[in-house]
Design a protein. Structure first.
Length: 571
């Protein structure tokens, strides 16, 4: 079992989803009874039972458990979790830091979920509102488009130039000879490096029987090593560019191994990675990320033949500096920031760009094309996030262009709501005077003159379901062009005027809605036709029942009664 409670000595043993293992001892605490009860609750929070899936996260819980046991023991408490009281816990939680309170509350809830017994009201208190609200961690906004473009260009240029130099070096090495036979030529130096691997300048001299000083004075060694093997600067560029293209979390990128890459054809890769605060995840890489991955594997292939089997499994391998023999162990923020300074990656303020790898993920989500998100009631950015977290952390962090697009969507939605709230314009007689007297606001808004009113009433401006005040107004299409809207869209259009002569077509449209309701899922129907089905009944209710009854005799309830497109037919 991946997570187990050990009684002798008291402790926990955990195996996480990435295969790593961790052990925690709790045998030296002053109240073993309470420590064991809380440990039972903690087991319920750890993988595979709960979401805690890393050594660091569980260590935070263990520290909080220890603090709770020690604090209560100092107050004279010697019982188990069942003997805890609300006042006692409130006294412990109120002065405590937010993280201590949050974690010990979760442990008590886990104990109850595991079948443990708590005192009256204790579980309600643990599951209730916290005394110390954890401060909201400010999420870094996306990079501005100019900074994002500069960072991408620097990474792309460095990766492509180094790969081109690498391919050239391999071609030179294929035609080269041993420097002792062919002379001190760049191709010969690369020939030897391709056979002895990334060695220091002293080791390279030993291969030739000369000193390091002589190798240094002759020159060319560092350039040859830089071309044959990827070094730290190139490795950073590839990793940043991979994050830009894929949007994977930084810790997931850093810990990738070759076994995480699942090739599904020539251009599709399913990449598995570990997000440290959750569990294993997978992602189908975008095309650009796949091509970059192919390029990196080719770029690092020669170096992999000279590293240990354990290092060979890692995706990101490189030498620490050009001309050196040490491997890159880890890339921290300091190394990345120095890289930005060396390669003149500047922000809009002219200063070296502060590169936050988690901010790269945020920018990737803000920049990527979301036009293909369809067919889902909740298109998620991260399955571990709630919709509110996604909205706060990602969807509100937009570029100016995206912000403008969002505002346009909101404006359109507001106009649509106002349009739906506006009552339909229905005339009950055939006199133009009735239209002018009954709807003075409509006449004023549409700038209707007597000739237009006469055409509306007389039928010269009829469309399928109504008479249109102005078909060239551009409400549903380009201004100056005939309106392209479907027949039911007129039901919510402010330009539509309904007269008794339209009752037959309105009934035919209502019958069409009924047929669609029978063949479409309810949620889909309400999203597509719901507002129009509601409005059509409002219009028909304002007609004389005798008019409706007379028109109903001419309705055959067939699709050929309406101007439908092939995909709209209710066969």
């Amino acid at each position: 079992m991946p997570t187990m409670l050990i009684d002798e000595p008291l402790g926990l043993t955990c195996v996480f989803s990435d295969g790593s293992r961790a052990d925690y001892l709790l045998d030296e605490l002053p109240n073993p009874h309470l420590a064991r009860d809380l440990a039972i609750g903690l087991v319920d929070l750890i993988h595979p039972h709960g979401t805690a899936d890393s050594e660091g996260t569980v260590n935070f819980y263990v520290q909080s458990l220890r603090s709770m046991v020690c604090t209560l023991a100092a107050q004279g408490f010697t019982g188990g979790a069942a003997h805890l009281r609300r006042g006692q816990l409130a006294e412990f939680w109120m002065p405590g830091p937010p993280r201590l309170e949050a974690m010990t509350r979760s442990v008590l809830e886990g104990y109850a979920q595991s079948g443990g017994t708590l005192g009256e009201g204790v579980l309600e208190l643990a599951a209730g509102r916290h005394f110390n609200i954890q401060p909201f961690r400010q999420v870094l906004p996306p990079y501005p488009e100019e900074e994002w473009r500069r960072l991408t260009e620097v990474c792309r240029t460095l990766a492509d130039d180094s790969y081109a130099a690498h391919r050239g070096a391999l071609a030179d090495a294929a035609d080269g000879r041993h420097p002792l036979e062919g002379g001190w030529q760049p191709g010969n130096l690369r020939w030897l490096l391709a056979r002895v691997g990334p060695v220091s300048i002293g080791e390279f001299g030993q291969c030739l029987g000369i000193s390091a000083a002589v190798v240094h004075n002759r020159g060319g060694f560092h350039d040859a090593t830089r071309a044959v093997f990827p070094h730290l600067d190139v490795l950073i560029a590839y990793r940043l560019l991979f994050g830009i293209y894929s949007g994977i979390v930084p810790d997931g990128i850093a810990d990738l191994v070759l076994e995480d890459i699942d090739w599904a054809g020539d251009s599709t890769v399913l990449l598995s990675y570990i997000k440290r605060r959750t569990a294993a995840e997978s992602l189908t890489l975008p095309r650009r990320a796949v091509r970059l991955l192919e390029q990196w594997l080719a770029h690092s292939a020669l170096l992999r033949t000279f590293v240990t089997p354990e290092e060979r499994r890692k995706l990101w391998v490189g030498v620490s500096r050009a001309g050196g023999d040490r491997r890159v162990c880890r890339i921290d923020r300091v190394a990345v920031q120095r890289w930005a300074v060396r390669h003149a990656v500047v922000g809009n303020d002219g200063l070296p760009l502060k590169i936050h790898r988690s901010r790269i993920r945020t920018t990737h989500e803000a920049m990527r094309d979301k036009s293909t998100w369809s067919g889902s009631g909740r298109a998620t950015i991260d399955p571990n996030h709630t919709p509110s977290v996604e909205g706060d952390h990602y969807l509100t962090a937009t570029t100016p262009a995206q912000q403008h697009a969002v505002e346009r969507v909101i404006e359109d939605a507001q106009h649509d709501l106002l349009r739906r709230a506006h009552p339909p314009t229905v005339i009950t007689d055939e006199e133009a005077a009735a239209l002018a007297d009954g709807y003075p606001q409509l006449v004023a808004d549409l700038n209707l003159d007597d000739a237009v009113i006469a055409e509306l009433v007389g039928g010269q401006r009829d469309v399928f379901t109504a008479a249109c005040g102005d078909q060239l107004s551009g409400l549903h299409g380009p201004k100056g062009k005939p309106c392209p809207a479907r027949p039911w869209v007129c039901l919510l259009c402010p330009l539509a005027v309904f007269a008794p002569r339209h009752a037959g077509n309105l009934l035919r449209l209502k019958a069409f809605f009924s047929r669609q309701w029978q063949q479409m899922p309810a949620a889909h129907f309400m999203a597509v036709f719901g507002p129009y089905a509601t409005r059509i009944q409002q219009v028909l209710d304002r007609f004389d029942p005798a008019v409706i009854a007379a028109a109903a005799h001419h309705v055959e309830d067939q699709d050929d009664e309406l101007p439908l497109r092939p995909e709209e037919i209710t066969a």
